[in-house]
Design a protein around this ligand. Sequence first.
Ligand code: FAD
Length: 302
Amino acid sequence: MKIGQFIAEKGENLSFEFFPPKDKAAEDQLFKNIARFEALNPAFVSVTYGAGGGTLKNTRHLVLRILQETSLVPMPHLTCVEQNRYELKAILENYMKLGIENVLALRGDPPKGAEKFTPLKDGFCYAKDLVQLAVSLSGFSISVAVYPEGHCESPNLEMDMYYTKQKIDAGADFAITQMFFDNSYFYDFLERAAKVDIKIPIIAGIMPITDIDRTKKFSQMCSATLPEHVIQRFEKVGSVAGDAKKIGVEVATEQCADLLEHGIRYFHFYTLNQSDAVLQVVSNLGLQNLGAEGVGGLKKSG
Ligand code: FAD
């Protein structure tokens, strides 16, 4: 069974995102953290690609280690940046050979210094094209990225939803949202998605804030509104690290509690390779109960 079918049937999801660590010490630390997440039986864990996380080699290495050394189901992210369709096909075929059955298909951001995304000759313009390629290989459960506040390049929310629907109809089994801090954008997105008949699971992407300055920059980069009242809570405690972390956990716990109250059962945590804050939020809300029972069975069932 693949992730898409599994979580759709279960009606709930708990999952975590990691990025490829830069060196051996960071990788050792990450695997200590991964063991803590493994105990929660998440439906899957995902591994970023490019965007500061390095190369295909790094992503594939981490995905394979997770596959071989843990009971977790890893899902690599893959982007169309600076790769043509033949290279992308070879990467997907290699993943299939290695037993990777799930992929997050992305267009990717323009490379550093470039103002807009320009495909290579024989490259793809949009994530939709990569979804179509993965579908044509018939071995993958495919997920895509969605944006509660609209993607930063979209002219308006209507066109954003139009392209989102196209990308999903190309063959995506589930979607993961960009991080958001104001749930009203997510509820609005779900309503707009339902209106255009999007029926696949849409997983809420949650990032507990561990560093407010970094989050401010990051949220600006990806057009995710950071509410003023959240910023003020961090400003009150200033730069006292322990206090700021406590606020970050409180804010994310409140955010997820509200989502739960609104019937949301699909959660994906951006961990930034750290475990304490995310585990605390999961524990505060009993979200570990969303973990896939017998996830080893999922991995073995093919
Ligand atoms: P697309 O869906 O292709 O959309 C890109 C833009 O094109 C949008 O504005 C869309 O509206 C527009 N568009 C789509 N189709 C058409 C069309 N037919 N005509 C005109 N316009 C169109 N980046 C990384 O580099 N590595 C990662 O690992 C990574 N992981 C991510 C994980 C998640 C959950 C999310 C939400 C984002 C992630 N990103 C990652 C960031 C992502 O690559 C960027 O947001 C990128 O700018 C858009 O990728 P996309 O797949 O959403 O693109």
